[in-house]
Design a protein around this ligand. Structure first.
Ligand SMILES: [Zn+2]
Length: 352
């Protein structure tokens, strides 16, 4: 597959191509950046380039059709390893790296990497979820990081460099990946046929914060329904803050009532409210973008004289209040208190 199939990430690619062309690829990289932006895909593509039978390593290109490329894509190449969090587990366990008690040192990734390459080229390992090492598994990998086997390449993938164990981080070359551009998310949604048509893709992409994973969450019908309820309540005249708070808090428990899922749900509510007021602001400034739910935004905006500085200021303050709530949630504030005071304050700002 050519690199043009990978959307975004031109900077990391340029850096690695530069190293490859000079024969100076490192042994250990950490690809860090927000979830759902294609770091794993990029790493697999890099592995294809290094195991492609039609290209030199210095080209850093993959033909996509030779046995080497196909086997990497199918995860069956004998010199390509992918380690990730096993289903239902919350940490990468030591067994994944050095084998279980009965086979300690005779199985696992560190053992496999120490063997001779089957195809006579590199051995490449990608460790996804590398922010989920525990002390034992981190220590098990350390020896491999300190003395990497000849012709091995290890790529660790994590959402941030800070979340890597310090002993691991200090032995990696960090490569930063940024969130995708809105247009890239839109294209990915269409390419993977996750949405019907361009309008839906654009609307989801606007909200997805540069992450395909976030976009996928937005496709959940329950979340879409919550968004519609919130939009209706925000557009209602008069604005009823107590009812809004009650509805939002009721919706929090739909995910099973666990704290972490409540926090995720609250995060979405605040994000949708931010989106609502941002759109209202654009609408007031006559820069509205056509979407399927302009109805509620238009209804809300119609109560303000259009184009007046006071109107813009009022809506900007509503938006600012929601942004503050977003920061509070990030800082682990009480979820209920955060939503209740948000609704209260929105009511007060609207009545002022
Ligand atoms: Zn190939």
């Amino acid at each position: 597959m050519p690199w043009t199939e990978i959307l975004g990430h031109a900077e990391p690619l340029e850096r690695l191509k530069h190293c490859a062309a000079r024969g100076r690829l490192g042994h250990t990289y950490a690809f860090v950046g927000p979830p759902g932006i294609g770091k794993l895909r990029f790493a697999v593509q890099l592995a294809q380039c290094l195991l492609c039978e039609q290209h030199q390593e210095s080209d850093l290109e993959a033909c996509g059709v030779c046995p080497g490329c196909l086997q990497v894509a199918a995860r069956t190449h004998p010199d390509f390893y992918l380690v990730e969090l096993p289903e239902g587990k919350s940490e990468l366990s030591i067994e994944l790296f050095v084998g279980d008690d009965e086979h300690r040192g005779q199985a696992g990734l560190c053992h496999d990497l120490s063997l001779r390459s089957m195809a006579g080229r590199r051995k490449i390992a990608v460790i996804n979820d590398a922010d989920l090492f525990n002390e034992a598994s981190g220590n098990a990998l350390l020896k491999t990081l300190e003395e990497p086997p000849q012709h091995s390449l290890l790529i660790l993938i994590a959402s941030s460099a800070e979340l890597l164990l310090p002993t691991i981080r200090s032995r990696c070359q960090i490569v930063h990946f940024r969130a995708l551009a809105e247009n890239a998310v839109r294209q990915l949604l269409l390419r993977e046929e996750l949405v019907d048509g361009d309008a839906a893709a654009s609307q989801i992409a606007q909200l997805a914060e540069g992450s395909l994973e976030t976009a996928r969450q937005l496709l959940d019908p329950h979340r879409r329904e919550q968004r519609k309820i919130l939009y209706d309540l925000l557009a209602a005249e008069p604005f009823l803050s107590v009812q809004l708070a009650a509805r939002l808090i009721e919706g929090l428990d739909a995910g099973g009532g666990e704290k972490s899922s409540q926090r995720t749900a609250a995060g979405w509510i605040v994000r949708f409210a931010i989106e609502f007021f941002r759109r209202s602001l654009l609408d007031l400034a006559d820069e509205a973008r056509g979407t399927d739910d302009v109805g509620q935004v238009a209804r809300f905006v119609s109560r303000f004289p259009s184009g007046s500085p006071e109107s813009l200021d009022r809506v900007a303050r509503l938006l600012e209040r929601c942004l503050a709530a977003d920061r509070q949630l990030d800082q682990n504030a009480s979820i209920l208190l955060c939503l209740e005071t948000l609704c209260d304050d929105l009511g007060r700002l609207l009545r002022a």
